[in-house]
Design a protein around this ligand. Structure first.
Ligand code: GCW
Length: 674
């Protein structure tokens, strides 16, 4: 009998463990739902009901009162205050249901990260009003630049069958303040605007709504022609304008709070207004006029470049600055952080600060297209902070990118930020457990760009792994140095776009595809020759520096004042150029690559020491990904140094690790990735 009992107990324990499998599916929302808190609200509503339920089941402190207050007290609908005392009674106030929900998640986060110590005096209001994820998800379920499986959206099953993950997705986003989602790829299929697709979108919008999330769609500029056989998509044509108006009316009948459109036009083969001799502003305005009566917006992307044009890094600025002031007030121009394309490190795009009459929204890439996919551990908050803190000098010193986009420098009501999502249908959502930290960091920075990467990493680790400082401290250090480390082993000192053809995983600085667009080839960017390395964007070269305000342009123009981490972005640097530390440029390049390799090895050591503090499942998963990252770092170092050495003709300094690969063998590697 005793034995049977014991067996039963063991069985139920193992079941309990099984049902608690640490597969990462719970993201940063891992609080036990076994509390029985007293929670009341002065109003009813769908979002309030969620806030109440989250608190009832997870809050372990004194009774909580949710108060809906007037807009005069809290003008931003997403803002909230938390007052009172966690031991005697807590008040969360906001002027909207959403605000109360954000307040509830904030309070729970404080509890879970150990930040409660009695009195509460919190007032939060978001940095950006619109905090939006962009999904590059195709209607066939594939994801462009997605490394975590297939799309979360099961279009073929909708509208009848609804995956439980839709709600989990909404909850995760709401918990970090994300309030918008663009469901489909910017390389947009016109089919998304067909009535049967809109019926499906409506279902998702309905699930996301109580979580405060609006749905947006990417649209194809040729939709009127492709879907309904119009003769043209010319934005100044009356029938085309009417078509967009009718489409907007149809959408809003189904989804009254639809957010609006995201548009990639005249970029990488996508159709756009220029096909008809019209400007980006004319194109954007036609869509904006259609959405205006319903409160919708247009996010018009500035990611444009064409092969016959000037230096690629200059093109978005050249096309968009002449249009400043010509966009409707419900258009916002969406600009990637850098002037090229989500490279490991870029200077900020000179459009920030230059467009003074048009609101701009930063576009960040959460998915790691150029940063090792979901194999490499790279915490992107550091990169995004460097970008947001960059000084544009557009209204004197201190006009940072953050301040020129969040309404501080230019008083825009329309403030927004977008992140290209890294989610997919993998159990752990993002492929790499640590890639979840980037989704988290995007939301947290969009909410409050003043947060430091250290604060965000700290929160995320406590929520996701443990609050044990023996884990938090070393792993946080690893996260905080991970971006710089990756830059070191991939593209230090301002190198960029020396990736393998098309899939962008791994090095191919030698890549030469006959007939290929020159601006899709690494040699366009690195310009290696016997004299040196780098793209001359100074006044003696492409003069991209002139797109920046003084004194930044002068700082960048001079190799002795240009930040060394962007040196060959702006300069063609001689191999024997003396760096600040006295080394030659060639030597420094070698040392940087080597440092990157050594640092990833150090990450492996840091992680292995956590074996007893992390569940086996996630521990092993991260451990094996770090092995890949370590091997890849060596691959990058050998490929780039051996290749550039054919130009520098200098030895790899004798005190750094010797190459373990042959250049000719590395050149044979052809990965078949998407
Ligand atoms: O980074 C490049 C990607 C493309 C992407 C494009 C864009 C969606 O390689 O896959 O297309 O940028 O941002 O439009």
């Amino acid at each position: 009998m005793k034995l049977i009992k014991l067996a039963l107990v063991t069985l139920s324990i193992s079941f309990a463990l099984l049902s608690r499998a640490e597969d990462g599916s719970r993201l940063w929302l891992r609080a036990d739902a076994d509390a029985q808190a007293q929670v009341s609200a002065n109003k009813k509503g769908e979002s309030i009901a969620i806030a109440v339920q989250e608190l009832q089941t997870q809050w372990k402190g004194a009774p909580v009162q949710l108060n809906m207050v007037g807009k005069t007290r809290l003008p931003n609908p997403d803002a909230f205050t938390i007052t009172g005392d966690s031991r005697n009674g807590v008040n969360i106030s906001a002027s909207s249901e959403k605000g109360l929900l954000y307040g509830a998640y904030h309070l729970l986060r404080m509890q879970e990260t150990g930040q409660l110590n009695g009195e509460l005096n919190i007032a939060e209001s978001p940095s950006y009003n619109l905090r939006i994820l962009n999904h590059w998800d195709n209607l066939d379920g594939s994801i462009e630049r997605g490394y975590a499986g297939q799309s979360l959206w099961r279009w073929e099953q909708l509208p009848e069958t609804v995956s439980p993950r839709y709600r989990e997705y909404a909850r995760a986003n709401a918990s970090i303040g994300i309030n918008g989602t663009v469901l489909n790829n910017v390389n947009a299929s016109p089919q998304i605007l067909k009535t049967e697709m809109l019926e499906k979108v409506k279902v998702l919008a309905g699930i996301f709504r109580p979580y405060g999330i609006k749905v947006y769609l990417s649209v194809n500029f040729s939709s009127p022609v492709i879907l309904d056989g119009l003769k043209t998509a010319d934005p100044l044509d009356k029938t085309v304008q009417q078509w967009w108006k009718n489409k907007a009316a149809e959408i809003y009948r189904l989804i009254p709070d639809f957010g609006g459109f995201l548009v990639k036009a005249n970029s990488e083969g996508q159709p756009g207004p220029q096909d008809f001799g019209r400007t980006h502003a004319e194109g954007a305005n036609t869509l904006a006029d259609a959405l205006k009566p319903y409160g919708g917006i247009v996010m018009w992307r500035a990611f444009v470049y064409n092969p016959s044009g000037d230096d690629r890094a200059k093109q978005a600025y050249l096309e968009f600055t002449p249009l400043d002031g010509q966009f409707r007030d419900n258009v916002i121009v969406q600009v990637k952080n850098g002037p090229i394309d989500f490279q490991p490190r870029e200077p900020f795009n000179a459009l920030f600060g230059a467009m003074k009459k048009t609101p701009l929204m930063p576009e960040l890439q959460v998915t790691q297209e150029y940063l090792g996919f979901s194999n490499h551990l790279v915490f992107l908050a550091s990169m995004w902070k460097e970008f947001l803190n960059s000084d544009t000098y557009c209204k004197g010193e201190g006009s940072t990118v953050a301040k020129v986009t969040d309404g501080t420098v230019f008083p825009n009501k329309l403030t927004a930020i977008a992140g290209v999502a890294n989610t997919g249908d993998n159990t752990n959502w993002c492929g790499h457990h640590f890639a979840q930290a980037n989704w988290y960091a995007f939301g947290r920075l969009a909410w409050k760009h003043q947060l430091t990467p250290a604060e965000i990493a700290d929160e995320w680790l406590r929520l996701t792994f443990s609050s044990d400082i023996a884990l938090v401290n070393p792993v946080k250090e690893m996260m905080l140095s991970s971006w710089e480390t990756t830059v070191s082993y991939m593209m230090p000192l301002g190198l960029h776009h020396i990736f393998a053809w098309s899939h962008h995983y791994g090095p191919e600085p030698w890549c030469a595809i006959p007939g290929a667009r020159p601006d899709w080839l690494p040699s366009y960017y690195h310009q290696a020759d016997n004299t040196g390395l780098g793209f001359n964007r100074t006044t003696t070269g492409s003069n991209a520096v002139s797109q920046y305000e003084s004194p930044l342009r002068e700082i960048l123009n001079n190799p002795n004042t240009c930040p060394e981490n962007l040196l060959v972005w702006f300069h063609h640097i001689p191999w024997n150029h003396t760096m600040k530390n006295g080394r030659s440029f060639w030597e420094e390049l070698c040392y940087r690559y080597d440092a990157g390799v050594q640092q990833v090895r150090a990450f492996q050591k840091i992680w292995d020491r956590q074996e007893n503090r992390v569940d086996a499942e996630r521990f092993c998963h991260v451990q094996s990904r770090l092995k890949i990252q370590s091997k890849d770092a060596v691959w990058w170092k050998d490929a780039c140094l051996l290749y550039f050495q054919t130009f520098s003709k200098r030895p790899v300094p004798y005190d750094i690790e010797r190459p373990v690969n042959e250049l000719e063998e590395l050149k044979m590697i052809k990965l078949h990735l998407k």
